[in-house]
Design a protein around this ligand. Structure first.
Ligand code: APR
Length: 321
């Protein structure tokens, strides 16, 4: 309560659009923390709303998940990669157009007052809107990595697998595996030639086919570089936050339930003296922003821009390829 009271002293009357306008007028280094709510108007469902992705997965029941979040859980993925790859095409960024919110973030950057956009979204619509200083806290489909050899591939490599709902295996692993198999076979042949006994642990099967089968079943699975539950965020998140917390003079939170750490903990890493504007369709009761603007985020940022005399740029001409 003391923290909230201390914060309240900065603004005589809180919770009004006028306060938000005044804060935006004076801010020079704004952090925008955004979530799925800024992409719903683009046709991309959020996660936890009644019509969100998790409700859809629960209702469909076709993936036999104990919990819809398992779709994005790394342990579950390792066990059942086929489930994610049968689903991924539904969330793969394609032909979406950035919302007024994405373009409002671009507007802040064009005005030279965006310190950074920390987005939890993986749709890369911020980049499509032209925002340069965006941190993809939960990654994106831009790249994909092998779970076994960690080789990082360009995201386009797995797009055909996502679209055909099949699992991409890592060729780098396969090549390494084939090299290992050739070496084992050469070693066995060399020992057989010398009439020696047990060649290796493979000696109990003289069937080279079995070794080939071993090689075929083994290569690493490639996973998009989106952060699953059970995976740590890229170190860039901590590095940026450590730096930005010293410079930020306004935090704008948009379209997020703030349910997933560590992004949800950004608010507690920002000095109490920095005012916070929260723009969301539904109240988020575990945080106490200085200004809470409830409603559709696109309409709110459009209204704020009108009051500020700012013009939100039009959508980019080409939708997401
Ligand atoms: N305008 C404003 N707010 C909206 C709108 C809208 N048009 N549409 C939805 N919202 C709000 C919802 O009311 C909800 O509070 O956006 C919030 C979205 O919350 P979530 O669905 O929980 O999405 P998000 O907060 O981004 O989830 C964080 O959870 O599953 C993980 O990795 C996933 O990045 C995701 C993370």
């Amino acid at each position: 309560l003391s923290r909230v009271l201390r914060r309240r002293q900065k603004l005589p009357d809180v919770n009004t659009v006028d306060d938000a306008v005044r804060l935006l007028q004076n801010a020079k280094k704004i952090i925008v923390l955004s979530g799925a709510g800024i992409s719903t108007s683009c046709g991309i469902p959020d996660f936890r709303s009644a019509t969100g992705l998790y409700a859809q997965l629960q209702a469909e029941g076709k993936y036999e998940l104990d919990d819809p979040q398992q779709m994005f859980d790394i342990s579950y993925f390792r066990e059942h990669p086929e489930v994610f790859y049968s689903f991924a095409k539904q969330i793969y960024p394609s032909n979406f157009v950035p919302s007024p919110c994405h373009r409002w973030i671009k507007l802040l950057e064009d005005r030279g007052v965006l310190l950074r956009n920390y987005t939890q979204n993986i749709d890369t619509l911020e980049s499509l809107a032209g925002v340069n200083n965006v941190l993809q806290c939960h990654g994106s489909f831009k790249t994909a990595s092998c779970l076994r050899c960690k080789t990082r591939h360009d995201g386009s490599k797995i797009e055909p697998y996502i679209m055909s709902q099949t699992i991409p295996y890592c060729e780098t692993c396969r090549e390494e595996r084939n090299t290992e198999i050739a070496a084992i076979k050469a070693y066995r042949a060399s020992l057989k030639g010398k009439g020696k006994g047990k060649a290796s642990e493979w000696d109990d099967s003289d069937d080279d086919e079995e070794i080939d089968e071993w090689g075929r079943g083994e290569p690493g699975i490639i996973k998009p570089d989106i952060t699953f539950f059970g995976q740590a965020l890229d170190s860039e998140f901590d590095e940026c936050l450590f730096k930005d917390r010293e410079d930020v003079d306004l935090l704008v939170i948009m379209g997020t339930s703030l349910k997933v750490a560590p992004v949800s903990e950004v608010l507690s890493h920002i000095p109490h003296s920095v005012p916070q504007i929260f723009i969301n369709l539904t109240p988020v009761t575990h945080v106490k922003p200085d200004v809470l603007l409830l409603g559709d985020a696109d309409s709110i940022v459009t209204n704020l821009s009108d009051r500020l005399g700012w013009t939100i740029p039009p959508p980019p001409s080409v939708p997401h390829a």
